[in-house]
Ligand binder design. Structure first.
Ligand SMILES: Cc1cc2nc3c(=O)[nH]c(=O)nc-3n(C[C@H](O)[C@H](O)[C@H](O)COP(=O)(O)OP(=O)(O)OC[C@H]3O[C@@H](n4cnc5c(N)ncnc54)[C@H](O)[C@@H]3O)c2cc1C
Length: 299
């Protein structure tokens, strides 16, 4: 089995800020991590290799410092890594990103042999769109299995895979032909630690670096030029103010009255109370009307 893992290095979300003037992410001074879903995609690939043998190739599109994440992938067991890096690729949206990654996977097949499975994360924690995996699958014309929470069976001879997908209100078991592309959830597996030999290998590791020309892509097919999406505005919503008021409950009747007063003073609740009173009055009027008719009949 030859499994390709798509792995993106992202800013640590706990430190993420947006520049209010430019509307772009502030990356300076922010720690980078491997996208949290992608480490589970890598683990899935490594488990398949452990069970069935084969190779794991990791591919990433990004600036040269993404090499750090690729070394981490080698430390846990990846066999080779490919970094697709080119200034012309900056500002890519999901359309351009999936085009570049699909081309890189085609090139990986040419150089290192057929690819049986592609593993991606469900989504990234910076762009957050979840579109890149399905985008790659569409370009490579392979089936896509999203939200994968369990891999039940991989049959390299029969060329099939059976997975469990998370769906609303349950799970769905799907059998697909290989090659296929999975986008995975975090509950798919437990992560392994890097071994000492792995860390030593990672320290010496250099990724294979490809650029736009290596992949035979035009300038207009990558980066900002190849991206139809325009992010018009990006901003952090103002924090909502929250207030907690403690009501003395020693006198329940008084506490209930105070609660009612406070609720009535609140614009949202006031509207709800006014609406409730109106419907109660209408209901009473209707009940009263039929009551009168009933009593006149009775007279
Ligand atoms: C604040 C912000 C807003 C943005 N808004 C938009 C927008 O509205 N529309 C739009 O099209 N783009 C947008 N982008 C750009 C978007 O982040 C990039 O296109 C990005 O490279 C890929 O999209 P994603 O991060 O959403 O990936 P997702 O589709 O969420 O990623 C899914 C999986 O694909 C793989 N993957 C994704 N990117 C890479 C990569 N570079 N290398 C290797 N594997 C990868 C990973 O396995 C990942 O888990 C925005 C970016 C930011 C920072």
């Amino acid at each position: 089995m030859h499994v390709v893992v798509c792995l993106k290095q992202v800013p640590d979300s706990s430190e993420m800020r947006i520049n209010p003037k430019t509307g772009t992410l502030v990356r300076q001074g922010v720690t980078s991590i491997i996208n949290p879903y992608d480490v589970h995609a890598l683990e899935a690939a490594l488990q398949i290799k452990d069970q069935l043998g084969g190779e794991v190739t990791v591919v990433s599109m990004g600036p040269p410092f993404f090499e750090q994440s690729l070394k981490e992938a080698v430390a846990v067991g990846a066999d080779r890594t490919v970094l697709v890096s080119d200034r012309a690729m900056a500002g890519a949206d999901t359309f351009a990103t999936s085009r570049v990654l699909a081309e890189a996977i085609r090139r990986i097949e040419q150089e290192f042999g057929p690819v049986d499975l592609i593993c991606c994360g469900r989504q990234t924690i910076d762009g957050d769109t979840g579109q890149v995996g399905p985008g790659i699958a569409a370009r490579l014309d392979v089936p896509v299995l999203t939200y994968v929470i369990r891999i039940r069976e991989v049959d390299p001879k029969g060329r099939t895979i059976v997975v469990e997908r998370k769906v609303e209100g349950g799970r769905q078991v799907v059998r697909s032909t290989l090659p296929a592309l999975l986008t995975v959830e975090k509950e798919l597996n437990e992560l392994r630690y890097a071994s000492l030999p792995g860390m030593l290998r990672a320290a010496r590791h250099k990724p294979i670096v490809w650029n736009r020309e290596t992949l035979g892509l035009e300038r207009t097919e990558v980066g900002l030029l190849g991206s139809p999406t325009i992010v018009a505005k990006s901003f952090t919503p103002p924090e909502k103010k929250r207030e907690t008021v403690m009501i003395d409950g020693s006198d329940p009747q008084r506490a209930a009255l105070e609660l009612a007063d406070r609720l009535l003073a609140h614009p949202t609740f006031r509207k709800a109370v006014v609406a409730a009173r109106r419907s109660a009055a209408m209901a009473a009027a209707m009940a009263g009307g039929s009551g009168e008719a009933g009593s006149s009949r009775g007279r």
